[in-house]
Design a protein around this ligand. Structure first.
Ligand SMILES: [Zn+2]
Length: 301
């Protein structure tokens, strides 16, 4: 069972995707088990049975709320399935996500269009019954503080519970490396606007917290320093990608940007020591993040 107690009352449940090579220690659900019990993100429907088993192992019989950082399939795809096992649990997300989770047909269509076979490996969305979904902007139960953090997605929300900050993908994608260092990359698919992400990072830095929990993957106590580093990283990427585009916007631009970033960005240098299948996974996401910056450089709105 893939459960780690990372801090008092805080558990990381790893949802390894058996059908996707390299998607190990990449997707997770956070369980806060104090006087009240919450989940932050639930992963895709393919691993809801694993999540349910983990909750059973941890003696969780009821949830006070499920907090969704955003409605992408790898974070929220399983919410309909999970909620059928925990009926009447409020589900908190950005208001623009509510109609899509109540009727996920378009969400599924969009996931298949963007991700292809990967979407099928994650599994389809089931609808969340009407009335359970709550607008994060208006939610203030149990001392949970939702923070609107657009950037990775326009509807992205982070949550502060006590000293713990659940940042989804607003602070990038984090991975602890075996040598004690870490890897951190932007999660900036198109359409991406650096100023929006930077503002969100500033609002995360502004709330006192002792620990940051990533949507991908794990946590660190090195915060807010890591948020500052990530902000500087976005600036570096903007500079490098702008420079590459200006010198030659033609063929191979994505690969040239990737090569240059792997040389100049120390936060992604750990890519070189990753296992082959993880490198492949990261190559895909790095390219997609570069595409987000390229769209911005080209002025796409
Ligand atoms: Zn994600």
């Amino acid at each position: 069972m893939n459960i780690t107690e990372v801090a008092p009352k805080l558990y990381l449940i790893a949802l390894d995707q058996k059908k996707l090579p390299g998607f190990v220690s990449f997707i997770g659900s956070w369980l806060y088990k104090g006087e009240k019990t919450f989940l932050a993100d639930v992963g895709p429907s393919a691993t809801i049975p694993d999540l349910s088993d983990a909750l059973e192992t941890l003696g969780v019989q009821r949830l006070d709320a499920v907090l969704l950082t955003h409605i992408h399939i790898d974070h929220a795809g399983g919410i309909g399935d999970l909620i059928s096992r925990f009926p009447d649990t409020p589900v908190v997300c950005h208001k623009s996500g509510i109609p899509h989770l109540e009727d996920p047909a378009r969400l599924w269509e969009g996931s298949v269009k963007t991700l292809g076979d990967t979407a099928h490996a994650y599994g389809p969305f089931q609808p969340v019954p009407k009335g359970l979904l709550q607008d994060a902007e208006k939610y203030s139960e149990h001392g949970i503080m939702p923070l609107l953090t657009p950037g990775h997605a326009p509807h992205h929300v982070s949550y502060l519970i006590g000293d713990y900050l659940f940042a989804g993908e607003a602070g990038g994608v984090f991975s602890a490396l075996t040598d004690g260092n870490f890897y951190l990359r932007p999660a900036t698919p198109p359409r991406f606007f650096p100023e929006t992400s930077s503002r969100s990072l500033e609002s995360l830095m502004a709330v006192p917290h002792k620990l940051i929990c990533y949507g991908h993957f794990g946590m660190t106590k090195n915060t807010p320093r890591i948020l500052e580093s990530h902000k500087a990283q976005l600036q570096l990427w903007a500079d490098v990608i702008q420079q590459q585009f200006r010198s030659d916007p033609g063929q191979g631009i994505e690969n040239r940007c990737m090569e240059m970033l792997l040389k100049t960005d120390p936060l992604i240098a750990g890519w070189h020591q990753m296992e082959r299948s993880v490198q492949e996974r990261e190559r895909y996401f790095l390219t997609n993040s570069i595409r987000g910056f390229l769209g911005w450089v080209k002025g796409e709105r």
